[in-house]
Write a new protein. Structure first.
Length: 368
């Protein structure tokens, strides 16, 4: 079988870029001639979205102008050197709390990714919360002055709090009354949503919200402490997977390709809506680990589950209800879980520099 390839100037596989273009063609054409400003987009979601926009710009002659706020242009281009020569891409160096407005051209569409560490509850929580809210305020004030009329806010499924499978996955209207005080990440995301909506009404900027769940694919940060990153990292190293818990929590993972298709739809069609972005195809962590090992050609005895399920205890879940995306916008997943796992493994094998070196801390802390 021929190995997947990336077109010159891109890191994503041609197959993924082609499918994004095919599925999002009408949404992309609706963005023709637009100016976009992106923040918080130098990690997984941003890398997929920026490459998808640049690919469409080139293939469909969209005359898109994409400006990305980065902390360091040099660091960004060191990580993504293939993007340096792209017309239509402009990097602006700065941070969300001190926006270099003189370097930012006018734009009519913005995507705001509120970067907040998942460990914020134990690492300077007050500072992270203040930065997220103050940064959103600064961006929206600047955006209104630059002519922006639609902002897409990247939020998180963490706004729903802890889920349990005996209840249906949370739909967009089903926010709980309150979250635990210790749930700094979810509480901050939730407050930023409310603040952005209120600020948007004040400024005349329509605010749409994408509540992002969990993802799989190229550019995943394999050194982060989450289940799929850990499973893929161990499989790529051909190392056993050890689950310290009982392996029963339910998780789902949307591919980076489908994530791009859904976000492009929200950019083009978003009218102040709130939309869950994720997969409703869920398995236990034990089952996900088993499937990763099978896709990597490794035996089942590479998996050890150390914990035992307690009788009567329901496992937690992190799974969205995607009924709105499917019914209102006809969005769907384009590949099976196995196809997504295989694609992720193929991409990291083709980009070995993106596989972290062995780390004893990570070795000891496989997710539960």
């Amino acid at each position: 079988m021929r190995a997947p390839v990336s077109p010159k100037g891109y890191s994503l596989f041609l197959k993924d870029l082609g499918q994004i273009l095919e599925c999002s063609r009408q949404d992309l054409l609706a963005l023709k001639g637009r100016s976009l400003f992106l923040t918080g987009c130098t990690a997984f979601i941003g890398k997929w979205l920026v490459e998808s926009l640049l690919w469409a710009n080139q293939r469909l002659a969209l005359d898109l102008r994409v400006t990305v706020l980065v902390r360091s242009s040099a660091s960004f281009l060191t990580a993504m050197p293939h993007l340096a020569a792209h017309k239509g891409l402009r990097l602006v160096q700065g941070n969300i709390l001190s926006l270099p407005e003189q370097d930012i051209p006018e734009f009519d569409l913005a995507l705001h990714g509120v970067n907040l560490p998942n460990d914020a509850s134990v690492s300077w929580p007050a500072r992270h919360m203040l930065t997220a809210v103050s940064g959103t305020e600064a961006l929206m004030d600047m955006a209104a002055g630059k002519g922006c009329r639609h902002l897409l806010l990247l939020s998180s499924g963490a706004v729903y709090g802890t889920q349990f499978p005996q209840k249906a996955p949370f739909a967009e209207h089903a926010l709980p009354v309150e979250l635990r005080e210790s749930a700094v990440y979810g509480n901050t995301k939730r407050f930023v949503e409310s603040y952005a909506r209120a600020k948007g009404q004040e400024l005349g900027v329509t605010v749409s919200i994408a509540r992002c769940f969990a993802f799989i694919g190229a550019h995943m940060p394999l050194n982060e402490h989450n289940a799929m990153s850990s499973f893929l990292l161990h499989a790529l190293r051909q190392q056993p997977i050890i689950i310290r818990g009982d392996g029963t929590p339910l998780r789902s993972f949307l591919s980076g390709r489908d994530l791009s298709i859904w976000i492009l739809a929200m950019l083009a069609r978003g009218d102040g809506c709130v939309c869950n972005v994720g997969s409703q195809v869920a398995f236990s962590l034990r089952e996900w680990a088993r499937r990763v090992l099978a896709c990597a050609g490794l035996p089942e005895d590479f998996l050890t589950v150390q914990g035992h399920a307690l009788h009567g205890n329901a496992p937690d879940a992190y799974v969205p209800d995607t009924g709105f995306a499917r019914s209102a916008w006809q969005l769907a997943e384009t590949a099976s879980p196995e196809e997504n796992i295989l694609a992720a493994l193929d991409w990291f094998r083709a980009h070995p520099a993106c596989i972290p070196a062995a780390d004893k801390h990570l070795e000891k802390n496989v997710p539960t």
